[in-house]
Ligand binder design. Structure first.
Ligand code: ADP
Ligand code: MG
Length: 647
C-alpha cells in the first residue's frame, strides 16, 4: 500500500490559485476509497462523527498541556482549555472548536489526507475485500474512522488550524471527492476549528439535525461524557457544558457500564475493537492512586519488536503528565493499556525522577499484582477468553519468568504450552504434573521450532514408546523460561533433546545402562573414529537409548543452549558461542549395524568418513536445524543415490 506521504501526488491547480498560496492535493488512493465509502455510507449511526472529532480535539488539548510542561510559553496563564460546539441551524453548519495544539501547514497535509494509522489501514484492507454495503456499514461502526467520518454527515468540511507557538494559521478544505486544498489563513488563537457543512436532515439515513441542542447533548452524553475538558455548546450568548467531565476512573465501577469503558478505551488507544478485559483499581491508604487498565483483544504488530512503545498514561490529580509511562509496569506486561492517576506525585515529575521514585515503585508493585490477579481469575473463570488473551500476549508474558524472579511462580502458573498429550489443547504445567505417570520424575519438553517439526524429531521416539507426555516449546523465549525454572511443583524440567536419557524404573534403567555399555564395547573404535572425523562440530559420538526408528540424532549437553536459542542469541547480541554437540547412534538400526560390520572388516574403508558426514547431516536435518554446508551434504547424498543402483 502506498501510504508514504512522499508518494502523494501533488497536483497544483492551474491558473486560478497561483499567487494566493492555495495548493490543491489529491487524496492518497486508500483515503479516497475510504471517503467514497463515507460519502455514500448507508451506515445508520452517522452520529459517531462527533465522537471522533471530539476525541481529536481532546487529544489536541492533552498535547498542548503536555508540551507546555516543558515550554510554558505555549499555554498562557488563565487559558481555559475547552472544546466548543457552535451550531447554526439556518446555514446548516456545525463547528467543533478546540484551543489545543493545532497543526502546522505541513502537519495538516500529513495528518489529514493520508492513512497513517494502523487501524484505518486495516479498515482500508477490509474494505477492499468486502463488497456488501451492510458489512461496510458495520465496519465503520466498529472502526470509527477518525476525521474522515465527518464526510458521512457533511458534503464539505473546512479545517482552520493554528499550531501553538506559530504566528499564522492554515485552512484546509475538501468535499471528499478526490482533492483537498490548503491555503494560509487567520485564527485568533492556537487550536483547530472543524467546520461541517451539513447534509440535509434525513432521519431514515441516520442524518439527524446535528444543529439541534437536544440531539448534540444526547450524542455527547452517549460517547464523550468522560472527556476531561468541558464540551461547551454555544447557544445564543450562553454556553452549556454537555459532559459531566468526571474522569471515568474516578467513578465507581458499579456506576460505569461496559460501553462507557469501551468508549474510553477506544479514545485513549485509538483501537477500534472492544478491550478484552477491563481492570479497575483504587488504592487507598499510604499510597493513593486510581488505575483503569485494559487488555486489548489483539496484539499490535510491533509487540515483539525491541523498541516497541509501551506504557500507561500517567495523571497526577487528573492532570496528564506523561503519555506513556513505562515505569509503571514491567516490560513483559507492555500490552496493558490504560491510565493511572496518582494523588501523591508532584506535578512536575520528570522521567529521571520517575525511575528512582519510591512511590512509583510501590505503584508498580500494586499494578503488577492487580494485573496478574486479573489474569489468574480470567483463566479460572473463562477459558475461551483466556485462550484469546494467551494467543495474543502469551509470548510477552512468558518473558516474565526469566525476568521477574519475585513473581516467577505466579507467571508460570499462567503459562500454557503445546503438548504431545493433546494436539488441540494447550496445557499448563500443573495439568501436566497431574497426568504424570507414577514412575515419572521429570517434566519433559522438547524445544526448538514449530510443533510439526518438533513432533517428527527423533528425540521423541523413546518417549512415544513409553507413552510419556512431552511439552513442545515452540517459542525462542520458552528456552529462557525453562532455564529460569529448574523445577515446578518439585518436578525437574528436563529436555528430551539434552543429556543422557533416563526413563523407566530404576531397575529398568540399570538394565538398559548395562546393555548399552555392553554394546558400546564393540563400538568403541568406530565411535572414536567418527568423532575425529566430525571433531569441529561434534564433541562425542555415542550409542543412544532414545532412538527406536531413526539411525542418529544430535543431543545437547544438559545445560547447553539449543541450536535455535544459540542462533537467536546470536541475532540479538551477535555473540553466542558455537556449541559442539553429541551425535548419538542407534545401534539397532541397519545403517549403523552395517557400517559397523564394514568397519570391522576394513578400518580404512572410504565409506566411514562418508557415512559419518551423512549421519551427521541426517541428524541436523531431522531436528530441523540448518546445515552449515548444504552443498556438500547434497553432493554426498547424490553419490549415495547413484551407488544405490549397485555396480
Ligand atoms: P487519529 O485520531 O486516530 O490519529 P484521525 O483521523 O481522527 O486519526 O486524525 C488524524 C490526525 O489528524 C490526528 O492524529 C491528528 O494528528 C490530526 N488532528 C485531527 N484533529 C485534530 C485537532 N483537532 N487538533 C490537532 N490535530 C488534529
Ligand atoms: Mg481521532
Amino acid at each position: 500500500m502506498a501510504t508514504k506521504k512522499t508518494t502523494k501526488k501533488k497536483t497544483k491547480k492551474t491558473g486560478t490559485d497561483s499567487g494566493s498560496g492555495s495548493e490543491t492535493f489529491s487524496f492518497q488512493t486508500e483515503v479516497q476509497k475510504l471517503l467514497d465509502l463515507m460519502v455514500h455510507s448507508l451506515y445508520s449511526h452517522k452520529e459517531i462523527f462527533l465522537r471522533e472529532l471530539i476525541s481529536n480535539a481532546s487529544d489536541a488539548l492533552d498535547r498542548l498541556r503536555f508540551e507546555s510542561l516543558t515550554n510554558s510559553e505555549l499555554l498562557s496563564e488563565g487559558t481555559k482549555l475547552e472544546i466548543r460546539l457552535e451550531a447554526d441551524g439556518k446555514e446548516r453548519l456545525l463547528t467543533i472548536h478546540d484551543n489545543g495544539i493545532g497543526m502546522t501547514r505541513q502537519e495538516v497535509i500529513d495528518n489529514i489526507g493520508t492513512i497513517a494509522k494502523s487501524g484505518t489501514q486495516e479498515l482500508a484492507e477490509k474494505m477492499r475485500k468486502s463488497r456488501s454495503d451492510e458489512a461496510l456499514g458495520e465496519l465503520i461502526g466498529q472502526f470509527g474512522v477518525g476525521f474522515y467520518s465527518s464526510f458521512m454527515v457533511a458534503d464539505k468540511v473546512v479545517v482552520v488550524t493554528r499550531r501553538a507557538g506559530e504566528p499564522s494559521a492554515t485552512r484546509w478544505e475538501s468535499s471528499g471527492q478526490g482533492q483537498f486544498t490548503v491555503e494560509p489563513s487567520e485564527r485568533e488563537t492556537n487550536g483547530t476549528s472543524v467546520i461541517l457543512h451539513l447534509k440535509a436532515v434525513d432521519e431514515e439515513e441516520g442524518l439527524e439535525d446535528f444543529t439541534d441542542q437536544a440531539v448534540l447533548s444526547r450524542i455527547v452524553k452517549r460517547y464523550s461524557d468522560f472527556i476531561a475538558y468541558p464540551i461547551v455548546l454555544k447557544a445564543g450568548d450562553e454556553g452549556k457544558t454537555l459532559n459531566s467531565m468526571k474522569p471515568i476512573w474516578e467513578r465507581s465501577a458499579s456506576e460505569v457500564n461496559d460501553e462507557e469503558y469501551s468508549e474510553f478505551y477506544k479514545h485513549i488507544t485509538h483501537d477500534w475493537r472492544d478491550p478484552l478485559e477491563t481492570i479497575v483499581q483504587k488504592a487507598e491508604g499510604l499510597l493513593e492512586y486510581k488505575a483503569l487498565l485494559f487488555i486489548p483483544s489483539e496484539a499490535p504488530v510491533d509487540l515483539y519488536f525491541v523498541g516497541s512503545e509501551s506504557g500507561l498514561k500517567l495523571y497526577v490529580k487528573r492532570v496528564l503528565i506523561m503519555e506513556t509511562c513505562e515505569e509503571l509496569l514491567p516490560r513483559y506486561l507492555r500490552f496493558v493499556r490504560g491510565v493511572v492517576d496518582s494523588s501523591d506525585l508532584p506535578l512536575n515529575v520528570s522521567r529521571e525522577i520517575l525511575q528512582q521514585d519510591r512511590q512509583i515503585r510501590q505503584m508498580r508493585k500494586g499494578l503488577l499484582k492487580k494485573v496478574l490477579d486479573a489474569l489468574q481469575s480470567m483463566r479460572e473463570t473463562d477459558e475461551a477468553k483466556y485462550l484469546k488473551f494467551w494467543t495474543a500476549f502469551g509470548r510477552a508474558l512468558k518473558e516474565g519468568v526469566p525476568e521477574d524472579f519475585e513473581n516467577k511462580d505466579k507467571i508460570v502458573s499462567l503459562c500454557l504450552f503445546e503438548s504431545s498429550a493433546d494436539s488441540e489443547k494447550l496445557t499448563s504445567l500443573s495439568d501436566y504434573v497431574s497426568r504424570m505417570k507414577d514412575e515419572q520424575d521429570a517434566i519433559y519438553y522438547i524445544a526448538g521450532g514449530p510443533r510439526e517439526m518438533l513432533e517428527s524429531s527423533p528425540h521423541l521416539e523413546a518417549f512415544r514408546d513409553r507413552g510419556l507426555e512431552v511439552l513442545f516449546l515452540t517459542d525462542a523465549v520458552d528456552e529462557l523460561l525453562v532455564q529460569a525454572l529448574p523445577e515446578f511443583e518439585g518436578k525437574t524440567l528436563r529436555s528430551a533433546g539434552k543429556g543422557t536419557l533416563e526413563l523407566g524404573s530404576e531397575e529398568e534403567r540399570k538394565q538398559k545402562k548395562r546393555d548399552l555399555d555392553e554394546k558400546t564395547k564393540g563400538f568403541d573404535e568406530l565411535l572414536t573414529r567418527m568423532q575425529k572425523i566430525l571433531d569441529d562440530r561434534v564433541k562425542e559420538v555415542r550409542l543412544s537409548n532414545r532412538l527406536t526408528t531413526s539411525p542418529a540424532c544430535l543431543v545437547g549437553g544438559e545445560h547447553e543452549f539449543s541450536p535455535r536459542l544459540e542462533s537467536w542469541l546470536r541475532e540479538q547480541r551477535g555473540d553466542a558461542p558455537v556449541l559442539r554437540r553429541i551425535l548419538e547412534l542407534n545401534a539397532d538400526h541397519e545403517v549403523v549395524t552395517r557400517l559397523k560390520a564394514r568397519f570391522d572388516v576394513d578400518e580404512s574403508s572410504e565409506l566411514i568418513p562418508e557415512y559419518a558426514e551423512l549421519l551427521y547431516g541426517y541428524a541436523v536435518l531431522a531436528e530441523g536445524s540448518p546445515l552449515r554446508d548444504p552443498a556438500a551434504f547434497a553432493r554426498r547424498f547424490a553419490d549415495l543415490m547413484a551407488r544405490g543402483f549397485g555396480p
